[in-house]
Design a protein around this ligand. Structure first.
Ligand SMILES: Cc1cc2nc3c(=O)[nH]c(=O)nc-3n(C[C@H](O)[C@H](O)[C@H](O)COP(=O)(O)OP(=O)(O)OC[C@H]3O[C@@H](n4cnc5c(N)ncnc54)[C@H](O)[C@@H]3O)c2cc1C
Length: 388
């Protein structure tokens, strides 16, 4: 039966988790989702409530106070939250997937014990700082420097478009420790934003994902203890590439969450709205939009759930993760646009959430690697790997 494949992938625990998140989203997020967007203020109270339910501990093993290292659970939580507020899901993703997860995978025991319980409980907020004003898609070209001293690194440089940048206590920060070695001279750090020399340069006014703060950051001779080097010196690019895989899977969950809600609006409105004496759902051009978006959603979402369930961190998953991020990202945008079209004039107003879905969905074509870069990765890996 349609929809059953996903149910087959989920365990009883996953289904229970989905119901718990769904209830919380309906009761606590749905009533304020438009307000979060309108005010563009980070909903700290909701974040704390999510922490109380353990959602900030997704991808953190139980021994460190988390929910468990289960990617499918993370996908479920992020998808459900995104059905009402993609921006809240994005901030949660930056916290858990982009900050806690790299520490869990690449941190030493001391680092894990120091940071993971606090991140899992929401006592501190996390983020990830890669992008710079002159280094976006080309991550290897970052210019931020980390100069090695006896007991510390001194960070100099700037970052841009950092989710949670203005509210984060801890960042996974990428900087060059051996600039002459280019990508092989990048290191990853667990950087505490209370360090001297750190400042937030700018909070960006965005078209979507409002309520999830996006900031520019400055590091002016800012110290970072040697104990906070994540993994080995000059091996940061390997961490970055590996963590992008998990980021792309979870970003896809935000897109499918938006697409589900957009499709629900398409169907609901097509049933109720009458023109020419009949529900508009009777018209084939409306049916085509619903059918295409539903078909794509079913296939992409099933692929996403299977990928999350079977994800093996030790393998090379670049094609699979780029594929799901690309297709889910484009579906989120298309389903939102179709919802606007089906709602007609109503869809073009701010009285309905579908215009917000579109503004939010568009980020997933850009962040964590643009749609063009996803295509580039897929083609490049295939061209190197396979001879047809
Ligand atoms: C709301 C928001 C939140 C973000 N959060 C974070 C975060 O938490 N941490 C972080 O580090 N970054 C974050 N980013 C940054 C994001 O990852 C980058 O914006 C993204 O990687 C693209 O980089 P860019 O903006 O510099 O675009 P560019 O790299 O300058 O790209 C511009 C255009 O050129 C295209 N292009 C570039 N190279 C190629 C190529 N080889 N082939 C074909 N086309 C190409 C791109 O696809 C794009 O269309 C965020 C961005 C936004 C908007």
């Amino acid at each position: 039966m349609f929809g059953d494949l996903i149910s087959d992938i989920l365990s009883e625990e996953h289904k229970l988790l989905r119901e718990t998140v769904r209830k919380f989203v309906k009761e606590r997020i749905a009533p304020v989702a438009s307000e979060i967007d309108e005010k563009d203020e980070f909903p700290e109270n909701l974040f704390k409530e999510m922490a109380g339910l353990g959602f900030t501990g997704i991808l953190v093993p139980e021994e460190y106070g988390g929910f468990g290292d289960d990617l499918l659970s993370a996908v479920i939580v992020l998808e459900e939250i995104s059905r009402e507020s993609a921006s809240l899901a994005l901030s949660l993703l930056a916290h858990s997937v982009l900050c806690a997860h790299p520490i869990m995978r690449f941190g030493n025991e001391k680092q894990k014990k120091k940071y993971l319980p606090k991140l899992a409980s929401g006592e501190i907020i996390g983020g990830l700082a890669i992008t710079e004003p002159d280094a976006g898609s080309d991550t290897a070209s970052i210019k931020t420097i980390a100069k090695e001293k006896t007991d510390r690194f001194i960070i100099c440089g700037s970052k841009i478009f950092i989710t949670n940048g203005s509210i984060a206590d801890v960042l996974i920060l990428y900087a060059k420790t051996s600039p002459e070695k280019e990508r092989k001279g990048i290191s990853a750090f667990i950087y505490e934003t209370k360090s001297p020399g750190f400042s937030v340069s700018k909070k960006f006014e965005k078209i979507g994902m409002r309520g999830s703060p996006t900031a520019g950051l400055f590091f002016e001779n800012s110290p970072c203890s040697k104990e906070n080097l994540l993994g080995e010196k000059d091996k940061g690019f390997d961490i970055l590439v590996k963590c992008f895989e998990v980021e792309r899977i979870t970003i896809a969950a935000i897109s499918t969450g938006i697409a589900i809600s957009a499709l629900e609006w398409q169907i609901g409105h097509s049933r109720e709205r009458k023109q020419f004496g009949a529900p508009i759902g009777n018209f084939e051009m409306i049916q085509q939009k619903i059918a295409d978006d539903s078909a794509n959603l079913e296939v992409i979402r099933t692929y996403l759930y299977l990928l999350a369930k079977n994800y093996d961190f030790k393998k090379d998953n670049r094609i699979e993760t780029a594929t799901v991020k690309l297709l889910a990202g484009e579906l989120g945008v298309k389903a939102s646009l179709d919802a606007i079209q089906i709602l007609g004039g109503y869809g073009y107003t701010k009285e309905y959430p579908v215009e917000r879905y579109l503004r939010d969905a568009k980020l997933m074509d850009i962040g964590a690697g643009t749609a063009e870069i996803m295509r580039y990765i897929i083609a490049r890996v295939l061209l190197k790997k396979y001879i047809f």
